[in-house]
Design a protein around this ligand. Structure first.
Ligand code: KG4
Ligand code: ZN
Length: 347
């Protein structure tokens, strides 16, 4: 018989883009294991994620990663109460690897299956260990594939307020790093280069899309960097090779400042619109220290509880802890998927 206060152990699986990850989390907050096989090295030379390569690498890694997560957590299949998997949004041929593994385990081990939205999971990573979050909150998720603002009342029902109409913030970081010939992935490289740069050196555009809009657009600032390096007619050579380290640093810092200004302005707008008491920040770009500081300042100036809840750095980029953690709330609510679950590119 199951003890009354036995904890709920969930195995989470994440394969939406270029990280194969598995984790065991108890009661949505106690991380028993977290294993991530990153594919950064495989995609580096292409300057971005190549879906076919990502899918093949997931197939290779999925079994050892899950096995390691279970071993590190020091549990057996009998201790696992449910299998959770991110099934949307993401690269379909990457998601399908995690979804197939999760369905197989759920069937063979006779466990409930839980479908998780990858973006809602990113949001959860800012909430883990913060159950007494003053609500409502505005949540900003900034990753390589998405830039979204949510009205957050509960883990299960975040309401989308706005999202990018073109490039995601992380994508813009990655593309600008390619223009500046900085190493992949671009976000950390730009942040590092920007350390020595002057954020006011070049006035790159801040696209706000109208005074009430909560959507984002980052293709303009990316193109502005391109023009700055190649000339307006794009006929010139990329001047980056002949630029000094200081010039590159100034471009990186000015670009980063433009993106952060837009993210902060839109988050503030959203906070005012819903009367937010707190702000949540998650996704890969949330690892950026300047963004964290700027949003913290904004909270101090205009959010009642003055609090910014940010995902710990190791859970900003893709991981399975966020999947298993969010799944706990679905488990408690009895929201299970069946074996017809499919991956979905959007969501
Ligand atoms: O959330 P994530 O791991 O994957 C997606 O779901 O897309 O985010 C990866 C993105 C990449 O675009 C990467 O360049 C960006 O997060 N990133 C950063 C930083 N660290 C990672 N962007 C800005 N500053 C950083 N320190
Ligand atoms: Zn992600």
């Amino acid at each position: 018989m199951q003890a009354k206060n036995k904890s709920v152990n969930i195995l989470g699986i994440e394969t939406s883009c270029d990280e194969t990850a598995a984790a065991v989390v108890a009661d949505g907050r106690v991380v028993k294991s977290s294993v991530i096989a990153s594919q950064t090295k495989l995609h580096e030379k292409y300057g971005g994620v190549v879906p076919e390569i990502a899918s093949r690498a997931h197939i290779e890694k999925i079994y050892p990663v899950i096995a390691e997560a279970i071993e590190q957590a020091d549990v057996t299949k009998d201790d696992i109460d449910a299998i959770a998997v991110a099934n949307q949004p993401g690269l379909t041929i990457a998601l399908i690897v995690g979804v197939t593994a999760a369905k197989t385990l759920a069937f063979v081990w006779e466990k409930p299956l839980i479908a998780i939205n990858h973006l809602h999971a990113h949001l959860q990573s800012a909430v883990v260990n913060n159950e007494d979050l003053p609500l409502p909150a505005v949540a900003l998720i900034v990753s390589g594939g998405h830039t979204c603002l949510y009205d957050y009342w509960s883990p299960l029902e975040p309401k989308l307020l706005g999202s990018t109409i073109d490039d995601a913030a992380g994508e813009a970081f990655d593309k600008v790093a390619t223009i500046l010939k900085l190493p992949y992935p671009g976000g950390p490289s730009i942040e590092e280069a920007a350390e020595k740069g002057n954020p006011k050196a070049i006035k790159f555009p801040r696209s706000l899309l109208g005074k009430d809009s909560l959507d984002f657009s980052f293709s303009g600032v990316k193109t502005a960097v391109l023009y700055h390096c190649r000339g307006q007619d794009m006929k010139g050579e990329n001047k980056v090779d002949s630029m000094s380290g200081q010039q590159i640093a100034d471009i990186a810092a000015s670009f980063q400042a433009a993106v952060i200004d837009v993210l902060v302005t839109k988050t503030q707008r959203a906070a005012e619109k819903i009367g937010a008491k707190t702000v949540l920040l998650g996704g890969g770009v949330a690892a950026n220290s300047k963004l964290r500081t700027a949003l913290q300042r904004m909270c101090e100036a205009s959010v009642p509880t003055k609090k910014l809840f940010v995902a710990p750095k190791q859970y900003c980029t893709d991981n399975a802890v966020m999947v298993a953690s969010l799944a706990y709330y679905k488990f408690k609510a009895g929201l299970f998927a069946d074996l017809t679950l499919e991956p979905k590119a959007t969501g």
